[in-house]
Design a protein around this ligand. Structure first.
Ligand SMILES: C[S@@+](CC[C@H](N)C(=O)[O-])C[C@H]1O[C@@H](n2cnc3c(N)ncnc32)[C@H](O)[C@@H]1O
Length: 70
């Protein structure tokens, strides 16, 4: 079975809101998780809060038009 935690595997979370899922996954060893939300304030707060987790990326994007392919 492919190791999805490492080997550069990319995961995307759409409409992150105040979810902790991406943080829990980073702490479990996942290496690249991109979370998007169209609310700028949500993304700004998460970027500020999780600066110490380089495996977490946050982007302001609308899922209806964003390219979220890995
Ligand atoms: C219920 S909240 C957060 C849910 C979160 N994923 C969780 O499981 O706790 C939904 C979030 O989705 C975002 N959202 C809704 N429609 C969206 C869209 N088209 N593109 C990006 N974000 C969207 C909202 O801004 C909001 O932060």
């Amino acid at each position: 079975m492919r190791d999805v935690k490492s080997n550069g595997c990319l995961l995307s979370q759409v409409g992150v809101g105040n979810s902790r899922l991406q943080l829990d996954m980073a702490q479990e060893g996942y290496t690249s998780i991109t979370s998007i939300d169209y609310a700028e304030v949500v993304i700004y707060q998460l970027q500020q809060s999780h600066q110490q987790y380089p495996q977490l990326q946050y982007e302001v994007a609308d899922a209806r038009s964003a390219d979220i392919s890995p």
